[in-house]
Each structure stands twice: as C-alpha cells, then as structure tokens.
Design a protein around this ligand. Structure first.
Ligand code: FO1
Length: 305
C-alpha cells in the first residue's frame, strides 16, 4: 500500500518512523519541509529533512528529537572560541552532513538528489523528498518585527508573539521531482502531527501541492499535534492563540479540514470527536504520544486501517 506522509519538525519524523516500521520497505514516501532551512557558519542546513533521516536510520538524539545521538561538539567549541555565533547547536557528526550537502549544492546538485543519495547510503528504504528544490524560507511576523524561522524558534526561544507567517520563495517554488506524483498515486496520504503553520503550510504552499492534497481529501488522514490543549512539542498552542484559532485539537482540525477527511484525536481528547462532524471529518481516537513504541505501532495501524 503506497503511503505518502507530509511531515515537518519532530512530530513529522516520529510519524515517519511509525509508518516506516509498519509498512513493507519502499512503500512510504515522506515529503519534508524545507521552510526551516537556514545558512549557519556558511553551511546549508535542512533541519527537518535531517531529523527524518536521523530518525529513520537510528541516529537521532532521543532527548532533543533533533541532531545525532551522543554527538560531540569539538568544532562548535573551537568556533565559539573564534568568536562565531553560539546559539545554534551543531554537533560534529551532524556537521559532516551539512558540509557534504553544502559542497554538493554549490557543485550544482539538487537538494532532492543529495537527500536521496544520503538515504540510500544510510540504507533507508523510505523515500524522502524535499517539498521543493527551490529556495523557500519561513519568516515569522511578531508584534515588533519579522524574524527568520530559526532566529525566532531557537535564538529567541519562540518567546515573541506570532502575528503571522510568510514563506519567502512562494509562489515561485516548484515541487521537487516526484512530489505531486507521490500525492496523486498514494493509497493514503497522512498529515503528520506537525505544527500546521510552520511545518505543514510551507509544504502546502509549494506550487500545486495544496490543490493536489485537497483533491485526495477522502484518502487523507491528519493527526492532531495537540493533546488535551497542550503541544506534544513546540510552540503550536501559543501560535493558535495569537493567530486567532481555538487553542486545542479542534482548532487544528478546523484549519486542516479542507485537506483531510479523517482526523486522529488523542484518546485523551475523545470528548472532542463530536466537534468533527460539522467539519465533515471522520474521527479516530487512539493514543498518539509516539515516544512509546507500542503507541507508535497502534497509531500507524489506525492511520493505515
Ligand atoms: N533546536 C533547538 O532548539 N536548538 C538548537 O540549537 C537546534 C539546532 C539544530 C541543528 C540542526 C538541526 O537539524 C536542528 C536543530 N534544532 C535545534 C532543531 C530545529 O530548530 C527544529 O527542530 C526544527 O527546525 C523545527 O521543525
């Protein structure tokens, strides 16, 4: 059963692992967010693609949910002693991937080709596609200024109130090879429990992607990134509030209703299932906290059933 997952952030990578484990090798395609990409110390960094790669190949740091497990920070310590910026943590093993990607991008290779090659070298049977090979960058509007995504999230610790989100590079950004085909040909499309504003929307903003998912609404399942009014990870609840949405799983469901005919609520939110009927969304209620492998299996089974 070919399945396509639209994924960003740590929630996207955990959902990718759940489906990767549940499906026969090669049946899963993950379309990853590149709006979070940044240049740091002159290197091209693709956090969301890397988080999926590290998660699916057993390299991920289980505590942070990003970066490489038990990485060392020798390069970073020396760079800081030379006066380089210290707010974005780059481990030594992680840096190797950024060095390789930066060299290959400068030599003219497409991000999709580099990502596919890394996945093959690391024995990852799941296909990982960046949403676009074109430059796309997420900007966060706050009460006072507009900030690049990583500056807002990491440097400023998401402390500034969000009033809007803008995707630089849109509407020009074109889908990477295989993206529209993966959406059109999958038996099931899954919207990961990712932040809809900064992890799913940049993917959907790529030319033709939102329309392609809307056309498959009956086969699309979205998983809530909010449980009992709290984020599984990250700043989503504050963003829902500051951008005028209901700050719970139903606020996200309303936002995603044009795209997904089925919505997965965490079992703790079972009392919200009735609110999905007016959105013409079918409800599934299962445990969704994927740090637990049994929950991961149960969630994948529910999404694929
Ligand atoms: N997140 C942090 O909270 N602090 C960091 O210093 C940090 C560094 C970092 C380096 C490489 C990478 O791939 C991810 C990194 N992240 C860091 C996570 C990243 O900011 C977010 O997970 C995503 O962009 C959100 O989707």
């Amino acid at each position: 059963m070919p399945v396509t997952l639209i994924a960003g952030g740590v929630g996207g990578a955990r959902m990718a692992l759940a489906l990767h484990e549940a499906l026969p090798p090669g049946e899963l395609t993950v379309i990853g967010n590149v709006g979070d990409d940044c240049e740091h110390w002159g290197l091209s960094i693709s956090p969301d693609l890397d988080t999926v790669l590290y998660t699916l190949t057993g390299r991920i740091d289980p505590i942070n949910g990003w970066g490489v497990a038990e990485d060392t920070h020798n390069l970073m310590e020396t760079a800081i002693s030379l006066g380089e910026e210290d707010w974005f943590i780059l481990g030594d093993k992680d840096l190797a991937l950024h060095v390789a990607r930066t060299r290959r991008l400068r030599a003219g290779e497409a991000l999709s080709a580099i990502t596919a090659d890394v996945a093959t070298r690391w024995g990852c049977a799941t296909k990982l596609l960046p949403a676009t090979n074109d430059r796309q960058r997420t900007w966060i509007a706050t009460d006072t200024e507009e900030l690049p995504f990583q500056e807002w999230l990491v440097h400023r610790r998401a402390a500034d109130t969000v009033t809007g989100v803008r995707f630089e590079g849109v509407p020009e950004a074109q889908p990477a090879p295989g993206v529209l085909e993966a959406i059109a040909s999958a038996d099931r499309i899954v919207l990961a429990p990712s932040n809809p504003f900064v992890s799913l929307d940049p993917i959907l903003a790529v030319d033709g992607v939102r329309a392609a998912v809307c056309a498959r609404r009956a086969d699309t399942v979205a998983v809530s990134p909010v449980i009992a009014g709290k984020a599984i990870k990250g700043p989503i609840v504050g963003m829902l509030e500051s951008m005028g949405h209901r700050a719970d799983a139903i606020g996200v469901a309303r936002y995603l209703a044009p795209l997904a005919g089925t919505y997965v609520l965490d079992a703790q939110d079972a009392d919200l299932a009735a609110d999905l009927a007016e959105l013409q969304m079918a409800a599934l209620c299962v445990p969704t906290l994927m740090a637990d492998p049994a929950v991961r299996q149960g969630l994948a089974a529910a999404v694929l059933a």
